[in-house]
Write a protein that binds this ligand. Structure first.
Ligand SMILES: NC(=O)c1ccc[n+]([C@@H]2O[C@H](COP(=O)([O-])OP(=O)(O)OC[C@H]3O[C@@H](n4cnc5c(N)ncnc54)[C@H](O)[C@@H]3O)[C@@H](O)[C@H]2O)c1
Length: 359
């Protein structure tokens, strides 16, 4: 039976974010009634301005670590997509461990509020960062990570960010088992696309090329392997998980395309039409050397396959970036964003960001 989104009242936490706002647009296209809660600590009002101001989306501006904000957000909600998190790119999650640990509290407060409010279904934005780091050290190995590797032979998640995502997943499995709430977790792998921000590698590369930086700095040796996954594919998989998974099962959402960082850099420079000197910065955070999903479980459970190959997604993302940014604005934020989140104080959005209700 087709899922009836038009009869659902949906909450997207972190709905002003890159992935969250893309999810909001997809849910509106399916006819859902959508509420967003966001504290704009890294999300941007411009991502949801149109749908808030034309009345399609109800916005609550607030910090979900406060129980009253969590309670007001889930009130009357059928389906919850939980994407709010203290999160950034590799530079951020490596260097801000304490901040990432606060996700443990955020998730716990929100899940309790959802349980009390009788929310039917919860889908969680988890991450490839839950997988043991020790499995992912050798770029020579053709490794595809399967879901059952989550604790084989012991937990070794990617810092406190990965640990909190793992705790969130386990909490949702327990909520299904003990209270019958329908739950699902989606393990996103290195997402990129329009509305992405410079603290993630692909957007940082595009930003450097947009500024025609020469030399062009690459973090690490460039031998790191990733499976960059286009945001529309991630959103499609997330919605299907909400429709089809009830028992807290976690699925990888990631392509099986293996791309080295250095190859991505060359592709970006080719799109920009220049050939800078490439300088490797071996002392910068790089994350695991080899992280690529096996996505066969998502194929089986969700009939999901990524539709956008990296070369195509990169071209779309590059075109979006250069048509929506100016060199001056990118120059003003890039250094901060490489290891930060949100915006440096001087670059924060003056108007509109405070629009919408607050609790
Ligand atoms: N981008 C990726 O490659 C990737 C990979 C794996 C998982 N994820 C997960 O996907 C989700 C979305 O990530 P993203 O990359 O789109 O951007 P993001 O990290 O900016 O999204 C987080 C959103 O939550 C909001 N937020 C943070 N703390 C909050 C709080 N206490 N109360 C209310 N709102 C709060 C932020 O303002 C932002 O809009 C996150 O949960 C992230 O951990 C992302």
């Amino acid at each position: 039976m087709t899922y009836q989104w038009s009869s659902k009242k949906v909450l997207v936490t972190g709905g002003a974010s890159f992935i969250g706002s893309t999810l909001v647009d997809a849910l509106l296209r399916r006819g859902a009634s959508v509420r967003v809660v966001d504290d704009f600590s890294s999300g941007a009002y411009r991502n949801i301005r149109d749908v808030v101001e034309d009345g399609s989306v109800e916005l609550i501006r607030g910090d979900l670590r406060h129980p009253d904000v969590a309670r007001a957000s889930v009130d009357g909600i059928d389906v919850l997509f939980h994407l709010a998190a203290d999160h950034g790119g590799r530079g951020y999650v490596d260097l801000h461990q304490y901040a990432c640990s606060t996700n443990l509290g955020l998730d716990s407060i929100l899940f309790k509020a959802a349980l009390d409010a009788g929310v039917e279904q919860i889908t969680y934005a988890s991450s490839g960062c839950i997988y043991p780091l020790y499995l992912q050290g050798n770029p020579e190995e053709t490794l595809y990570i399967t879901e059952d590797m989550e604790k084989a032979p012991g937990y070794d998640p990617d810092g406190l960010y990965g640990l909190a995502k793992m705790a969130g997943e386990l909490t949702l499995r327990a909520m299904h088992k003990e209270f019958g709430v329908k739950t699902a977790s989606c393990r996103y792998f290195t997402v990129y696309g329009p509305r992405g921000v410079e603290n993630h590698a692909v957007i940082a590369m595009i930003a450097r090329a947009f500024l025609r930086q020469d030399p062009f700095y690459v973090w690490g040796s460039g031998e790191q392997i990733r499976n960059w996954t286009y945001v529309d594919d991630i959103v499609e998989g997330t919605i299907r998980a909400a429709e089809r998974i009830e028992d807290g099962t976690a699925v990888n959402l990631g392509t099986m395309e293996r791309v080295r960082v250095i190859d991505a850099v060359h592709m970006v420079c080719e799109l920009a039409g220049y050939e800078p000197e490439i300088v490797r910065q071996l002392d910068m955070p790089v994350g695991p050397m080899n992280r690529v999903a096996d996505n066969s479980l998502a194929k089986r459970l969700l009939d999901w396959e990524p539709a956008v190959p990296f070369a195509e997604g990169l071209r779309r993302t590059y075109d979006w970036y250069v048509s929506t940014k100016t060199p001056d604005e990118v120059r003003a934020i890039l250094d901060f964003m490489l290891t930060g989140r949100g915006a440096p104080p001087a670059a924060s959005e003056p108007a509109g960001a405070a629009a919408g209700g607050s609790v």
